[in-house]
Design a protein around this ligand. Sequence first.
Ligand code: URA
Length: 245
Amino acid sequence: MSKSIRLDRLLSNLGYGSRREVQDLIEAGYVVLDGEAVIDSDEKIAVTPDLPARMTVEDEPLDPPPGLVLMLNKPEGVTCSHKEQGPLVYSLLPERWRARNPAISTVGRLDKETSGLLLLTDDGALLHRIISPKSNIAKRYDVTLDRPLRGDEAKVFAAGTLMLEGEDKPLLPATFEAVSEKRGFVTITEGRYHQVRRMFAAVGNHVIALRRDRIGGLALPDDLASGDYRVIGEAELKLVFSYPG
Ligand code: URA
């Protein structure tokens, strides 16, 4: 069942302006639904996923309504935070989206120097379901190392006994597949602080580049350039849960 809300509230929650500002926009005839201008700010609008195909604001399709899920190809050098200084992942999204309520947040975090697949959503329940240890979602990272592999990394990571410095609980088993002397794919189901970098530090190596290319069964598409994002739908979202660790 779709939720209905006042048009001015819908637009203001989507970041189009204050209630007063969007009321002016509506009264001036800039908001069109199914081919007709809606000029009453208090008109109740059913918030359905097809709304962007039916509503325009100043001749542009309405932004995606709440329940938005995005995949972003995160570049190195941007931070997954709403608060920190310096370039933030949110600066890669349209400016208006940064004023949305509920706000769009990253689903977990990648380090500033990690690149690759990052999900963002304004759906708090979904976010928690993805990051919950109970969901046991496998995340794959393409790792480039400073020194040649020792050869026992896969065995050490799979054992479920590896203890990271400063921690008192061993890591869950992880898989590692070498692709060259200094490169491989590691798949983990946890999300501890700097986990992959610390795993390689624990086996005497140093990660020089880290890129996430999979979350569950969802792969980072080759045609999504660094810094680009796109909205994902039900089918792709299902893939996230389709490949537990
Ligand atoms: N492990 C890390 O060390 N960094 C990340 O960003 C993700 C996993």
